[in-house]
Design a protein around this ligand. Structure first.
Ligand code: ATP
Ligand code: MG
Length: 322
C-alpha cells in the first residue's frame, strides 16, 4: 500500500507517460525495494483489526478465535506482562494451527510471518539426531536468549511439539516461568506457541459426539465434557509424546491449551474459495465443488469431517487449473 503511494508521488513529480504494464512493473519493483528497506518492528496492536482478520480468514474454529483473540489482545495491550504468553494448539492435520500462528504474526509485526522476530522450530527438521541433544539444547538456549535480548516481543513457534525430545522441552521450560530471567534477560514479553497433533483424536471424537447428539458445532466450548482436561491428560499420559510428564505441564506454564476442531465440508469449500482468490482465479463454485469432493472425509458411514482438513486443497486446485 505504502509502496504504491510512493510510486504515485514519483509519477506526480515526473512527466513521463507510462503504459499500465510499465506501471505494474514499477509498482512491483518499488514494493520489493520497499519491503527490503522497511523496518522489522512491531505494528501498533489493534484488537479490532485482529478480530476482523480472525473472523474473515479462520474457518470453523470458534473456540480458537475466541480464546486466541482474548489471550493475544490482553497480552499485547499489557505494558508490563508478568510472564510470557504461552499457548498450545492441538488438533488433527490441516485444521489451521500454523495458519493461526501466521495470523497472530501479521497482527504483531510489520513484516508478519516474514519478520525475523517470528521464529519457527520444527522438531524433526531442526533437532533430528537424538545423540546431539546437548548441542541442540545449548543452541536453542542461545538462540532464544539472543533474540529476546535484542527484541523482547519475539515469537517462537515450536511445530511438532509432541515429537520434541523431552530434554529440549526442559530447555524451553526455563524461559516460560513467571521468574523467567535467564542470564539477565527477561522473557515476559515473548510469545511461545506449541503446535501438535496430540489430543487431536480426543477433540475429533468430541466433535463427532456433538454431531451425533444433534447439537450445533458452535455449542462446543472449551470446557465441554471436560475437553481441556481431556487434552491435558491425553498428552500428559502419552509416553510417545515430548510433552509426556514434562514439567511444562506439571508447572502449569501453558496459559491455554487450545482445541482446533476437525473441519467440515463447508469449511473446506471456504478454503478452496480462499485459494482461488489468492491465486487470482475467477470464483467458480462448480470447480470448488469438484475439488471438495476429491477430499477424503470421516467417519466412513457419514463422512462429516475432512480427514486432512484444508491441507493440500491448493495442490488439488492447481491440478484442475493446470
Ligand atoms: N480453519 C482454517 N481456516 C482457514 N484456512 C485453513 C484452516 N485450516 C487450514 N487452513 C488452510 O490450510 C492450510 C494448511 O493448514 P495448517 O498448515 O495451518 O494446518 P495444521 O493444523 O498446522 O496441520 P498439521 O498438523 O498437519 O501441521 C493453511 O495454510 C490454510 O491455508
Ligand atoms: Mg502445522
Amino acid at each position: 500500500m505504502k509502496a504504491s503511494y510512493f510510486v504515485i508521488v514519483l509519477l506526480l513529480f515526473s512527466d513521463v507517460t507510462l503504459t499500465s504494464g510499465f506501471i505494474d512493473v514499477v509498482v512491483g519493483v518499488t514494493a520489493y525495494i520497499y519491503t527490503l528497506f522497511k523496518g522489522d518492528n512491531l505494528l501498533p496492536f489493534d484488537p479490532a483489526r485482529f478480530e476482523k482478520d480472525l473472523n474473515e480468514n479462520l474457518y470453523g474454529q470458534h473456540i480458537v478465535s475466541k480464546v486466541v483473540l482474548k489471550a493475544v489482545s490482553s497480552f499485547m495491550t499489557d505494558s508490563n506482562p508478568n510472564k510470557p504468553l504461552v499457548l498450545s494448539f492441538h488438533g488433527t492435520t490441516g485444521v489451521g494451527k500454523n495458519h493461526v500462528a501466521k495470523i497472530i504474526a501479521r497482527n504483531i509485526y510489520e513484516k508478519g510471518d516474514q519478520s525475523s522476530h517470528y521464529i519457527t522450530f520444527i522438531s524433526e527438521h531442526h533437532f533430528p539426531h537424538k545423540d546431539m541433544v546437548d548441542m541442540y539444547s545449548a543452541q536453542l538456549k542461545q538462540w532464544i536468549s539472543g533474540n529476546v535480548s535484542s527484541f523482547p516481543q519475539s515469537m517462537f513457534v515450536f511445530d511438532e511439539m509432541d515429537k520434541m525430545n523431552p530434554r529440549l522441552v526442559e530447555t524451553i521450560k526455563a524461559f516460560l516461568d513467571y521468574t523467567a530471567r535467564v542470564d539477565g534477560v527477561s522473557f515476559r514479553k515473548a510469545i511461545f506457541i506449541f503446535l501438535s497433533n496430540a489430543g487431536g483424536n480426543v477433540i475429533a471424537n468430541l466433535a463427532l459426539d456433538f454431531w451425533r447428539e444433534g447439537k450445533e458445532r458452535e455449542e462446543i466450548q472449551m470446557n465441554s465434557k471436560g475437553m481441556e482436561t481431556q487434552i491435558f491428560q491425553n498428552i500428559f499420559n502419552d509416553k510417545s509424546s515430548g510433552f509426556w510428564h514434562s514439567s511444562i505441564i506439571d508447572h502449569h506454564l501453558v496459559d491455554h491449551f487450545i482445541p482446533f476442531l476437525p473441519l467440515e465440508l463447508k469449511h473446506v469449500r471456504q478454503c478452496v474459495l480462499a485459494e482461488m482468490a489468492s491465486l487470482s482465479i475467477t470464483v467458480d463454485h462448480d470447480l470448488a465443488e469438484s475439488v471438495v469432493r476429491e477430499m477424503p472425509f470421516f467417519p466412513p458411514e457419514v463422512t462429516i469431517f475432512s480427514v486432512k482438513g484444508c491441507k493440500s486443497v491448493r495442490q488439488k486446485l492447481l491440478l484442475y487449473i493446470g
